[in-house]
Ligand binder design. Sequence first.
Ligand SMILES: Cc1ncc(C[n+]2csc(CCOP(=O)(O)OP(=O)(O)O)c2C)c(N)n1
Ligand SMILES: [Mg+2]
Length: 334
Amino acid sequence: MEISRERLLWAYERMRLIREFEDRLHTDFAAGKIPGFVHLYAGEEAVAVGVCAHLGDDDFITSTHRGHGHCIAKGVDLRAMMAEIYGKATGSCKGKGGSMHIADVDRGMLGANGIVGGGPPLACGAGLTARLKGTDQVTACFFGDGASNQGTTFEGLNLAGIWKLPVVFVCENNGYAETTSPRYSVSGQDIAARARGFGMPSIAIDGLDFFAVYEAAGEAIARARRGEGPTFIEAQTYRYYGHFEGDSLKYRDQSEDAHYRALDCLNRFRTTVIEQELLSQAELDAIDAQAREAIEAAARFAAESPLPTAADLLTDVYVSYPAAGLWPFQEVNR
Ligand SMILES: Cc1ncc(C[n+]2csc(CCOP(=O)(O)OP(=O)(O)O)c2C)c(N)n1
Ligand SMILES: [Mg+2]
């Protein structure tokens, strides 16, 4: 599949920003600077970026508890993300949501999600909206191997199948749900095969290879835009850090980590584009330096931002539908 130089530069920049962002959070969390729970995406960058490379601001994504990579790939502001994770008033949810609630509807990022399997029904809602409005918007639905066992995921696959919704289901099989391997938890072992039972095309790919993800996602998203319905992609990948920051990782050994780090998606991308003379080493190095600076600036912004005040405690907690002009029903006497 063709890919322009601009798209390659964009893809490498996004993957590097995600890696720098996550590595920085790993350090800052250990230093006690981050409140709450944080799940890092480092290692899985090729999946989010390979999919979002085909999406514009009008398209939608749904995410997971491991959502930073999805947000960055969809273009969510880095400073607002960092400030949110630091719990600061300048954050995307004014510091009250944290890592697992970052959203940016203007960018089509419908929200990180603390509910495992929470994304597929939301993706069907976005897909149904596009169908009813007659737009060509596509929704990419990211979820994990663990979420592939959830009832909500099967319900979402079924609805998308019968209604031929423009949704691409992207299962990020990173080898673990918390501490549990899919070899133990996934009956039948083959996650991609499950989706075929819902009558949709389904493929398992090397999720550590940006180009494999780019190609599979490109075909799936084009099919959705043509109105031909959903596709399922199982992207086989790996998370470098623990399930959450603070995880002692007793369930896997160092050799496994070394095996996957040798297949690192950023290094493989660099090797491919240099060998094929698509981008130069100097261009890639310049992106590395800019990404380091951008993340440093975002972390500084977050650290220097104020905390929410006690007066903010009850604001932005619930949406007032009538006040926002969103109440869809006629007023009735109650
Ligand atoms: C409905 C629900 N059940 C259980 C949990 C607790 N939980 C949080 S993350 C997680 C594992 C998810 O694994 P997977 O879907 O593979 O995503 P990964 O963490 O590997 O990205 C579990 C069980 C939850 N948040 N929501
Ligand atoms: Mg997993």
